[in-house]
Design a protein around this ligand. Structure first.
Ligand code: ADP
Length: 471
């Protein structure tokens, strides 16, 4: 099968969160199963672009409202990612350093999608599956089915994967003119609560919807930022397929970001040496358990609970632990995390920003990972952490619930709590200290989590099965 993945992110070209990781890995594993999976994404101005060679494969142009854009499709020459990578260049819109966060993101991603559909419409053949990811590619199925110039693509089976239903790409109806010459009888497919809603539109138009864990699929029917009724109505075509992790990239035995490398056999010493690097750099005490958090500092991740939970833990548990946080996002949380540094010297430190290398070092050197998320469709951090022998402390939600079993339950190995509250986080830290204080049990848990199989093989096969059911 030939599968075209359309996404705003793809690791290592451009990554903001889990979407990038998934789109950078799933196609590779689909190719290993004997299929032809390709990725098309915007050509941002990231390091990857300047460090690789590309060939121009197509040039075209299209109108978007009153604007006219030229676009170029380039293809990475060496196939080094394990799949064909195509980038869409649109000068004036996509030629930026960051993926998101610009005032014209609506125009940027709408134009990206038009360019992709326009390019695909000129292929000599049709792909077997068009697989769109999140709202930034959500209008593609509609365009293939209802834009008059692209209707010859209408029969191509389409799949949507929702990595996060909180973000939907809504725009006002004043922007409906951006979508090229479309059948206005079909306006209802674009609409959700009097706005154009690309994510809702994709759910309505595609043949199959997947979300990145089974529990998140169930939760979306009661908590999906306004789309709950839609997911209830469309539940017949929705499936949960848990993300895997790219074990080529995330392997403590060969990871070039960490020093030393280690395996399950020498995890004790290996992790300690990595912890030392962190403790030296961030002025922490290597003899205490190290708790980390890595992620976007946003409401969904409940990062706002961390400052108080850290104060309470340090003060009420006699400073028996250290904390090290890495993330960026909400300005208030960033400010609080910075501010705490001077008040909790020797107990806490943080790095505001995005730092791929440090994230690997943290997974390798920490003892516990905190994930108090209010919403977590799948969550990759907990899986990376476990592969690097770091025990996850997670809220009982979404993919966290599907991947972490509390150590109090049969076969358990992590720590789970129910409420996104300071109290529950602090109490879980207390439980973690208990676990840590029993070295034999702790060692056994580390061995167990490093053995768990979160590789892509199983999930990649599930996607193929799903494609086969709609071909
Ligand atoms: P989400 O996609 O909601 O942000 P996931 O857990 O699915 O959350 O994926 C997060 C990914 O982004 C992981 O690979 C994590 O290591 C990475 N990440 C998040 N924040 C940072 C950061 N500040 N620096 C480096 N990596 C980060």
């Amino acid at each position: 099968m030939e599968i075209l993945h359309i996404s705003a992110e793809c690791y290592p070209v451009a990554k903001v969160g889990g979407l990038g990781d998934v789109v950078g890995a799933l196609p590779k594993y689909q190719n290993q199963l004997g299929h032809i999976a390709k990725v098309v994404m915007p050509m941002y101005r990231t390091k990857f672009l300047y460090e690789h060679d590309f060939d121009i494969v197509h040039k075209g142009s299209f109108g978007m409202g009153t604007y006219w854009f030229n676009y170029t499709i380039i293809k990475e020459r060496t196939n080094k990612l394990g799949f064909d990578l195509y980038l869409v260049d649109i000068n004036g819109l996509l030629d930026r350093e960051s993926v998101y966060g610009y005032g014209d993101d609506t125009e940027r991603f709408t134009a990206f999608q038009i360019a992709v559909v326009d390019w695909m419409s000129q292929w000599q053949h049709r792909p077997d599956i068009v697989h769109v990811h999140d709202h930034q590619a959500g209008l593609v199925p509609f365009m293939m089915q209802h834009c008059l110039g692209y209707r010859h693509l209408a029969a191509v089976p389409t799949v949507l994967t929702i990595h996060n239903a909180q973000y939907q790409g809504q725009m006002g109806w004043d922007k409906s003119g951006y979508i090229p010459n479309w059948d206005t009888w079909e306006w209802g497919k674009l609409d959700w609560r009097n706005n154009i809603n690309p994510l809702a539109c994709a759910v309505k138009c595609v043949r199959q919807v997947t979300t990145v864990s089974q529990t998140y699929l169930e939760e979306m029917r009661s908590n999906a930022n306004g789309l709950e009724n839609l997911f209830e109505y469309e539940k017949g075509k929705c499936t949960g397929i848990l993300n895997g992790i790219d074990t080529d990239v995330w392997d403590p035995a060969v990871d070039t970001y960490i020093d030393p490398n280690f395996t399950k056999k020498d995890a004790g010493l290996g992790k300690l040496a990595n912890k030392k690097v962190l403790c030296d750099e961030f002025n922490l005490d290597i003899s205490k358990p190290l708790f980390i958090f890595i992620g976007r500092l946003v409401h969904e991740k409940a990062a706002d609970l961390l400052p108080q939970a850290i104060y309470d833990s340090v003060y009420h548990m006699e400073g028996k632990m250290n904390f090290l946080l890495l993330g960026s996002g909400d300005a208030n949380v960033e400010w609080e995390l910075e501010n705490m540094k001077s008040q909790l010297v020797g107990y806490y430190n943080s790095k505001i920003g995005y730092n791929e290398k440090l994230s690997h070092q943290l997974y390798a050197g920490a003892d516990f990972l905190l994930m108090p998320s209010r919403v977590e469709p799948c969550g990759l951090n907990q899986m990376y952490a476990m592969r690097y022998g770091t025990v996850p402390i997670v809220r009982n939600t979404g993919g966290l619930r599907d991947t972490v079993i509390d150590f109090g339950d049969p076969g358990g190995y992590g720590i789970r709590f129910n409420d996104a509250t300071v109290w529950d986080v602090t109490y879980s830290i207390h439980r973690a200290l208990e676990m840590y204080s029993q070295p034999e049990i702790f060692k056994e848990i580390i061995a167990t989590i490093m053995e768990l199989d979160f590789s892509w093989e199983t999930s990649a096969k599930k996607y193929i099965k799903l494609y086969e059911s709609i071909k």
